[in-house]
Design a protein around this ligand. Structure first.
Ligand code: 2BA
Length: 161
């Protein structure tokens, strides 16, 4: 369990740590890998969500999924990526959140995941929660805890000599 005081400070204004869907780079499952490579190169991110035309979250696409396929073809011709669709290589979404205030779950998952997709109860994509945004909240917490709380060390028994 996260300490209540810590949770209260971390979860102030959850919108501030959600990157909204409108500014998250994405591809659709029916895009070709050539198009996906262009998107990934342009935005500079290594992994982005795959969305359906109706904005349902369908999977994740990593740059390495594209380059693996590129290097499989002799000569590594980018045009060959036209024959492969994002749906052929995308990864399933194994972790996501449907409530940005579930900080215990978010903190635990972000240890291993660089970002978590945020969806509604119909799996419609709402945005992402990144390590960077959560670390910014943790940084805020580290600097502001003693402005709102009195933090005193617990008495510890000292061993008798
Ligand atoms: P990565 O692409 O592996 O990026 C790792 C970290 O490198 C990012 O951490 C960020 O601090 C920095 N970074 C990489 N490319 C960047 C760029 N074009 N502009 C600014 N910073 C960049 P986080 O910000 O914590 O992001 C974690 C992961 O979330 C990223 O991993 C990426 O997979 C995803 N992501 C973040 N913002 C995104 C966005 N607007 N659209 C799509 N995916 C995004």
């Amino acid at each position: 369990m996260i300490d209540a005081a810590v949770e209260q400070l971390l979860r102030q204004d959850p919108k501030s740590y959600v990157i909204p869907a409108e500014v998250v780079a994405n591809v659709t499952a029916t895009n070709t890998l050539e198009h996906a490579l262009m998107v990934l190169s342009k935005v500079g991110y290594t992994r982005i969500p795959v969305l359906a035309p109706d904005d349902h979250l369908q999977g994740l696409l990593a740059l390495s999924d594209v380059t693996d396929n590129l290097l499989r073809v002799p000569g590594a011709a980018v045009e060959n990526l036209n024959q492969i669709l994002v749906s052929d290589v995308m990864r399933p979404v194994t972790h996501w959140v449907d409530d940005p205030t579930k900080l215990e779950k978010i903190l635990n998952l972000l240890v291993d995941e660089p970002f978590l997709p945020l969806v509604d109860d119909q799996m419609v994509f709402q945005g992402i929660i990144t390590r960077r945004e959560i670390l910014k909240r943790v940084n805020y917490l580290a600097h502001n805890l003693n402005r709102q709380y009195t933090v005193t060390p617990k008495m510890v028994d000292t061993p008798a000599n």
